[in-house]
Design a protein around this ligand. Structure first.
Ligand code: NAP
Ligand code: 3JM
Length: 350
């Protein structure tokens, strides 16, 4: 490991997101002097290979953060609430992947392509938005900057890996059991710990996270509230419907939006998105070219296509936005935040 690097801790290193964080640190050649891999007591003692070197996973405790420069958390909201302040107390900067602090006015909620500047106000904890929010704001921000944005209506088609490695296993087990004519078992989806569980194999479930009193789910409210905060648009009209589908990796979104200007052509939108950071435009109906979960999986970019003008609203457009929920939706956005902190000289070595 590099002598001139940072002491990095990954909390939830054995999970679906944590595993991708470790891989992304490798892929990006992140400057690391020491890597602490933390989990619950269940996985403590396991070893994970980092650049060919075995690292023993340790149980996450307040003392685990002694000497840590930056801690990347993805072990659930309650762990973050408990341990992120302990990490900050010991001088670490925390990038938190859970919903625990996202709406805290003292915590910047960051997508580097959109609001990297907000990092300058951090007080120790930086929040990584929800996966579905991230890919949507990457696509909407360049449009907002050029034409303004009045309204957004989004429907999502979300992969099971967003609900953790047990949900991925559940999709595989159920798919096999359906094909084998066996009785299926549902214990995790739509929400671990909720009253009922439904089959995800060969199904679509219109519930992600718990229902709120207003009839929206928490995942839908995360998309609504986080988008307003990241884009600094409390006045934005926005609604969301979030649906889980039997795809392993890659969230897809049908996004309807209304711009602040009339008489814009789809080509003008395509032109802007083709030059925007973090976006790959895949839009050619003649060639049947459009983004899909299976082609976006494993990539760090946000893919946009199917851009067309609404038939009734003169400022209305539709587009299809796809990204790997574990990469740009979680691990890559977190590591990208860490890279931004280094570039903006907001991260210091102990
Ligand atoms: P997962 O596959 O179920 O992994 C959970 C991880 O958390 C495992 O490493 C687990 O360790 C660890 N953990 C559980 N209880 C713990 C405890 N008491 N102390 C320390 N570590 C503990 O879930 P995941 O999909 O990786 O998601 C993890 C979290 O990341 C989610 O709960 C969510 O808050 C966040 N997340 C964010 C996004 C996003 O959109 N940005 C997307 C997905 C997830 P063991 O191996 O010991 O069980
Ligand atoms: C994605 O147990 C928990 O607190 C995690 C719930 C969860 C979240 C969340 O709310 O932090 C599971 C999957 C997310 C997320 O990124 O919002």
């Amino acid at each position: 490991m590099a002598n001139n690097g940072f002491h990095v801790a990954v909390v939830g290193a054995t999970g679906a997101v944590g595993e991708q964080i470790v891989q992304t640190l490798i892929d990006r050649h992140f400057p690391i002097s020491k890597l602490s891999l933390l989990s619950s007591s269940r996985s403590a003692g396991k070893t994970i290979l980092f650049k060919g070197e075995p690292i023993t996973v340790q149980e996450a405790k307040p003392e685990s953060f002694e000497g840590v420069d930056i801690a990347l958390f993805s072990a659930g909201g309650s762990i973050s609430k408990q341990l992120a302040p302990e990490a900050v107390k010991r001088g670490a900067v925390v990038v938190d992947n859970t919903s625990a602090f996202r709406m805290d006015p003292n915590v910047p909620l960051i997508v580097p392509e959109v609001n990297e500047e907000d990092l300058k106000n951090h007080q120790g904890i930086i929040a990584n938005p929800n996966c579905s929010t991230i890919q949507m704001v990457v696509a909407l921000e360049p449009i907002r900057q050029t034409f303004g944005l009045n309204k957004v209506i989004v429907s999502t088609y979300q992969a099971v890996s967003g609900a953790g490695s047990q949900a991925v296993q559940e999709l595989y087990n159920q798919s096999r059991d359906v094909l084998d004519n066996k009785e299926i078992e549902a214990n995790i989806l739509p929400v671990k710990g909720d009253k009922r569980h439904y089959q995800i194999a060969f199904n679509a479930i219109p519930q992600i996270d718990l229902f709120q009193d207003n009839g929206f789910t928490f995942e839908e409210m995360k998309m609504i509230n986080e988008t307003k905060k990241i884009m600094h648009m409390p006045e934005l009209k926005i609604a969301a419907t979030c649906v889980r589908i039997p795809v392993e990796r890659g969230h897809s979104e049908s996004v309807y939006f209304e711009t602040g200007a009339d008489n814009i052509s789809p080509n003008e939108i395509k032109n802007i998105l083709s030059k925007a950071p973090g976006i790959i435009l895949e839009d050619n109906a003649n060639e049947q070219l459009y983004p899909m979960a299976i082609t976006a999986a494993g990539k760090r970019d946000v893919f946009v296509g199917r851009i067309r003008k609404d038939l009734d609203e003169t400022n209305g457009f539709h587009m299809w936005v796809v990204s790997d929920n574990l990469l740009k939706g979680a691990a890559w956005n977190s590591v990208q935040i860490a890279e931004s902190l280094i570039r903006l000289e907001l991260l210091t070595k102990k």
